[in-house]
Each structure stands twice: as structure tokens, then as C-alpha cells.
Design a protein around this ligand. Structure first.
Ligand SMILES: N[C@@H](CCC(=O)N[C@@H](CS)C(=O)NCC(=O)O)C(=O)O
Length: 211
């Protein structure tokens, strides 16, 4: 299986952490992608194998013998169900919906982080400070909600909800600094603990190579 990646992407990271948590990394070829900073506002040229694999032209994208999946949600579903025996997300029932409720909030943070990053890559009058502030507000609100509504019931399994939450925290810390910690100090303490897991340590964010 071929997985298109870059270490800067939190969407890629949640997939890579899930793969490591499941202990199935040897089944994947990881293809590093390169992106110019203009990705935020322009269609950029990418190698033919990538554009053939994904008309969406975003990462992560997973190519298997049977199916090509072009977003992290579908890929995590595939890893969990087809390769992971539902160890990272319950197949059905209350536990599934509880995890999806937390994951939706963490995904909301990541969407805001990436949109904010794209906006910050604009220059001059094109950049909207209002939009950047709106994304930041969403991030902070979501951290507070995760701390209040979901942290108390995080279980012993480092599941997809916890993985996605930790990836959101890690991206904020890397890209925007410790600002988020004030919105959710108990979540920050939880994050400091789980950040030591080998799956998170091995996937620390780093800048994407440019072309
Ligand atoms: N919903 C998608 C979002 C993927 C996404 O936005 N990936 C970013 C990198 S963090 C990307 O490839 N951006 C390039 C672009 O939008 O042109 C997922 O969950 O995989």
C-alpha cells in the first residue's frame, strides 16, 4: 500500500499515528510529497502518480490494490476496520458515537488550523486578519469543549479520538505556540503525557519540503 505524506500535515499525522499504534507500518510505502507555499491559494503542479491517484490533490491519500482513499477519515476507517479489528474505534454502539463526538471536535480544530495556515501564507491586503481570528477562536472553543466534555471519559486505549486530539494539540504547539494550553490546561497535561508515546514521538511535525 502506498501512502502519500508530509510531516507538516496533521491529517497525515493522525493516519501515521494510527498505523504505528496498530503495529502495521511495514505494510506501507510512505511517499514524501513536496509542496510550494503557494498551495494555500493556487493549484500547484504535482507528480503524475499523485494526480492520478487523487483528483482531490490533497494528502493523505492511500493507494491499495483494491481501493484508493483520498482523505484521512476514510483512511482511518479502513485501517481500523480492515486492518485493525476495530481496536481504534468501536464498530457500533454508544462507544462509537462517543468517540465520534470527540473526534468531530478534534477534526474541527485541525480544519481551523490548516485553514489558518493557508490564510497566513497569503501576503499583504489579500490576508484576512478577521478570518485568522475566527479560526483561532474556533480552535480555543474546541479545546475547552474537549477538556470539559470528553477528557474525563478518555479510556485506556489510545483510540482514534485520542489520536486526533493529540495530533491537534501537537500541531498547535508546533505551528502557533502554547496559546492553546490556556484554553484547556487539563487537556494540556494529558497531552504532555501521551506525547511521550512512540507513535507521537516518531511523527513529530516538521516543515514540508518545497519544490
Ligand atoms: N479532509 C481531508 C483534508 C486533507 C487536507 O486538507 N490536506 C492538506 C494538508 S494538511 C492538503 O493536502 N492541502 C493541499 C491543498 O489543499 O491543496 C483529510 O481529512 O484528509
Amino acid at each position: 500500500m502506498r501512502l502519500y505524506v508530509t510531516p507538516a500535515s496533521p491529517w497525515v499525522r493522525r493516519v501515521r499515528v494510527a498505523i504505528l499504534e496498530l503495529g502495521i507500518a511495514d505494510r506501507f510505502e510512505f511517499v514524501q510529497t513536496k509542496w510550494p507555499h503557494s498551495w494555500g491559494t493556487q493549484t500547484v503542479s504535482m507528480p503524475a502518480d499523485f494526480t492520478q491517484a487523487t483528483p482531490v490533490m490533497r494528502i493523505p491519500a492511500l493507494v491499495t490494490d483494491d481501493v484508493t482513499l483520498t482523505d484521512s477519515h476514510a483512511i482511518c476507517d479502513y485501517l481500523n476496520g480492515e486492518l485493525g479489528g476495530y481496536r481504534l474505534l468501536a464498530r457500533e454502539g454508544a462507544a462509537r458515537w462517543k468517540a465520534l463526538a470527540a473526534m468531530s471536535i478534534a477534526n474541527g480544530i485541525i480544519e481551523a488550523q490548516v485553514a489558518r495556515r493557508a490564510e497566513l501564507l497569503r501576503t499583504g491586503a489579500d490576508r484576512s486578519d478577521d478570518f485568522i481570528a475566527k479560526m483561532r477562536d474556533r480552535q480555543m472553543r474546541c479545546y475547552a469543549a474537549l477538556e470539559e466534555q470528553h477528557l474525563p471519559s478518555f479510556g485506556s486505549v489510545f483510540d482514534l479520538a485520542q489520536i486526533t486530539t493529540a495530533v491537534a494539540c501537537g500541531y498547535d504547539e508546533w505551528r502557533y505556540g502554547p496559546d492553546w494550553r490556556a484554553a484547556a490546561p487539563k487537556l494540556a497535561a494529558w497531552y504532555d503525557d501521551v506525547a511521550k508515546r512512540p507513535s507521537l514521538a516518531a511523527t513529530a511535525p516538521a516543515e514540508t519540503p518545497q519544490h
